[in-house]
Ligand binder design. Structure first.
Ligand code: NAD
Length: 336
């Protein structure tokens, strides 16, 4: 992104996390920015704190409705960046109507791609059970036999930045790699097939499509019925890509052989918080976690030092670029 050396702008940073502060401090110093930090999300109660800012930047807990966008407009704020790749928490149609320019983050796909391969291997080698058992001095082999990557057909749904990097990562394992995407990328080192063929032939299926109407609950009773018995499913994308009730039934009937989820429907308010002493009401999350063949992590696939630096830098620089030059590489202009 082409950003001048020194700019004279004020930016309000919502949902500031402690691990982001150093990167913001560096940028503020280098670019002579005035930054207002707000730990809460952007909402009806906090929107006024942005008064006088040229732009605002948020994370995923700010639900940017038409109402919130209208209030930003009233404050004469026309630029908003989300320091996340996903942007389904922003009403893009309303932003377009109000002429508020939106950008997202474009941190490297490597962290999520690495993590996906880790979850594939952990599932294939039954690592959750091996780890749990070793912790109580149970070193038996029963039930821990795994399979080898070279014998696997792995189906990747969504071959964008992350999906294509997962495919690169997998290329050294000697597995067969199938891919499905609405856009066929000639540089991707996988065999593009129809979705039905991918379902039918894959031993392992990993989801890397964004959450759109067209992708919501693509893993459901119907798609599961087309998959192999004992299929391994990996979701590092969005929880809502799966109909979790159908997935639970498929685990109970051993149609799904293993499941690894870094994301979960209605994870908001749970993941990234310490909720140890609270009563949690997400029953599906609690039930599905207890299966021996289900691995769940708290939406951390992205979480590397390099990605956090990129997210902060992108969140700030895209605003500066949009305000100063009228364009930014990460502006969200499509599918509105
Ligand atoms: P991307 O936009 O580069 O790639 C998405 C791909 O999905 C594109 O190739 C697009 O053509 C394809 N696609 C869109 N709709 C489709 C459909 N209906 N059928 C088939 N293919 C379709 O996005 P990305 O950077 O690779 O990220 C993918 C997703 O990963 C994000 O949207 C986000 O939900 C998730 N994500 C998760 C984490 C995490 O920490 N777990 C971190 C970053 C991103």
């Amino acid at each position: 992104m082409n950003v001048p050396n020194i700019v004279n702008m004020k930016i309000t940073v919502y949902e500031i996390r402690e691990d982001e502060r150093e990167a913001f401090r560096r940028l503020a110093g280098n670019l002579k920015l005035e930054i207002v930090y707000v730990s809460a999300p952007l909402n009806d109660d906090t929107v006024q704190l942005a008064a006088g800012s040229n732009g605002v930047t948020i994370l995923g807990y700010s639900k940017v409705s038409a109402g919130i966008l209208g209030k930003l407009k009233d404050l004469n704020i026309n630029y908003l960046s989300t320091r996340t790749i996903g942007y389904n928490h922003i009403d893009l149609a309303a932003a377009k109507r109000l002429n508020i320019r939106i950008s997202n983050a474009s941190y490297g796909p490597y962290g999520v791609a690495d993590y996906t391969v880790m979850l594939i291997l952990m599932s294939l080698r039954k690592y959750k059970q091996a780890l749990f058992r070793a912790n109580v001095n149970d070193y038996s082999l029963t039930g821990l036999q795994g399979r080898e990557m070279k014998d696997m057909t792995i189906g990747i749904i969504g071959t964008g930045r992350i999906g294509s990097k997962v495919i690169d990562n997998l290329s050294g394992f000697g597995c067969r790699i199938l891919a499905y995407d609405t856009y066929i990328d000639g540089n991707v080192k996988a065999e593009y097939v129809s979705l039905d063929t991918l379902y039918k032939e894959s031993d392992i299926i990993s989801l890397h499509v964004p959450l759109f109407e067209s992708t919501s609950q693509i893993i459901n009773k119907n798609s599961l019925s087309k998959m192999k018995e004992g299929v391994i499913l990996i979701n590092c994308s969005r929880g809502e890509l799966m109909n979790i009730a159908d997935v639970i039934i498929a685990i109970e009937h051993e149609k799904i052989g293993a499941l690894a989820l870094d994301v979960f429907e209605n994870e908001e308010g749970i993941y990234h918080f310490d909720r140890r002493t609270d009563i949690l009401k997400n029953r599906d999350m609690a039930y599905i976690r207890q299966f021996p063949n289900v691995i769940m992590t708290q939406h951390i696939a992205f979480y590397t030092n390099s990605a956090v630096d990129d997210m902060v830098s992108c969140g700030v620089k895209s605003l500066i670029s949009l305000i100063g030059e009228g364009r930014a590489d990460t502006e969200i202009t499509y599918r509105v």
